[in-house]
Design a protein around this ligand. Structure first.
Ligand code: CUA
Length: 364
């Protein structure tokens, strides 16, 4: 074996400089670590660093393995590079260094070690691929998820599959029971992603993709479309609401029956109902228990119970709903929901919109 020998002359002084480098690196990492503090889920609700499902844990485990191996390789490489640059730096009075060519041991080592590292990552990756695409358990709750431009439709079979509960943008699940999402699209590609539940998985037009996970902690989890799907892709958000099993059953039972309808004909709610069910809304929306049959837009049967509107981009309150009905495309560019109020022919008056808001919010 030929050796790479140091030239004679002045060599590195032992001193503080090499030891200071890790300290400097640690200092640079601190701001990054600060982002992982306790409240980072509150500050960054779409974090992948706080998984609450086994699927999420498998994914973060794989990420961490790759990250730590990469950091180790990076540190060793740069430490070696720094050492060599320092040790063999130029000296005006140094003699010509020994000329070397080839070193079998070194070459075998730097070929084998990376191959082994990649092989280890490959084994864990293949394991994770199989672990995150299991067969659906027999007790799984199946929810059909349809990606729209730009919102989400969720369908739950009820009464033994004879009926279907249809809702939008807020997907409700029970904790402790496996959930099987059947993902599809009737338009362009989308991707379902609620980061704390694991994910993400594409919704495509010519097949049904599955995503299986078991929620553990009740709570509200933020999610959004993760595949570019047109103008308002970034406004295609959603919430996953994980309930206790009883809470979920109560929600589903309520969804499965029509909301209470006004019994009078002169209140704001009753006037709003007339406008919604006999006017322009009926072409695109359904309100269960009324003659409306439109399927272009979200099902509004229990709209008043939703926390948000317009695919999770605004709180569901009277002012936001009024603004949305008045001019949806100004809030969500490209929205199929047209401008209905303001400066257009045959516009709804602000008073009429107020009635519509009152009716929609009454749909509990
Ligand atoms: Cu749907 Cu992006």
């Amino acid at each position: 074996m030929k050796s790479v020998s140091a030239p004679a002359g002045r060599l590195a002084r032992p001193g503080a400089a090499p030891g200071a480098r890790p300290l400097l690196a640690a200092g640079l990492l601190l701001p990054l670590l600060a982002a992982c503090g306790e409240d980072h889920v509150t500050r960054y609700p779409q974090t992948t660093f706080a998984p609450t499902t086994e699927m999420g844990e498998i994914q973060i485990g794989l990420f961490n393995l790759t990250l730590y191996l990469g950091v180790a390789v990076g540190l060793l490489t740069f430490a070696g590079l720094g050492y060599i640059l320092w040790k063999f730096r130029y000296h005006p009075d140094a003699p010509e260094p020994t000329q070397v060519h080839g070193n079998t041991t070194l070459e075998v080592a730097w070929t084998l070690i990376p191959a082994l590292i990649v092989a280890v990552i490959a084994v864990f990756t293949v394991q994770a691929i199989f672990a995150t695409q299991p067969e659906p358990p027999a007790n799984a709750l199946s929810v059909r998820v349809i990606g729209k431009q730009w919102w989400w439709e969720f369908q739950y079979p009820v009464n033994g599959g004879r009926d279907t509960v249809v809702t939008a943008n807020e997907i409700h699940v029970p904790v402790g029971q496996p959930v099987q999402l059947l993902l599809e699209s009737d338009n362009v590609l989308h991707s379902f992603w609620v980061p704390q539940m694991g994910g993400k998985r594409d919704l495509i037009t010519n097949r049904v993709n599955r995503l299986i996970f078991t929620p553990r902690e009740p709570g509200v989890y933020m999610g959004q479309c993760a595949e570019f799907c047109g103008d308002s892709h970034a406004l295609m958000k959603m919430r996953m609401i994980a309930h206790t099993p009883q809470g979920f059953q109560d929600w589903l039972n309520n969804e499965a029956s029509p909301a209470l309808q006004p019994t009078d004909s002169t209140s704001a709610v009753a006037l709003g109902k007339k406008l919604v069910t006999q006017g322009v809304c009926a072409g695109c929306h359904v309100v269960g228990g009324t003659p409306m049959v439109g399927r272009t837009g979200p099902n509004l049967t229990h709209f008043g119970r939703r926390r948000t509107l317009a695919a999770g981009i605004m709180e569901n309150n009277a002012a936001n709903l009024h603004a949305w009905i008045r001019n949806a495309p100004s809030i969500k560019p490209g929205s199929l929901m047209p401008q209905l109020g303001g400066d257009i022919p045959n516009a709804l008056t602000d008073e009429q919109i107020t009635y519509i808001v009152a009716y929609l919010q009454s749909l509990q």
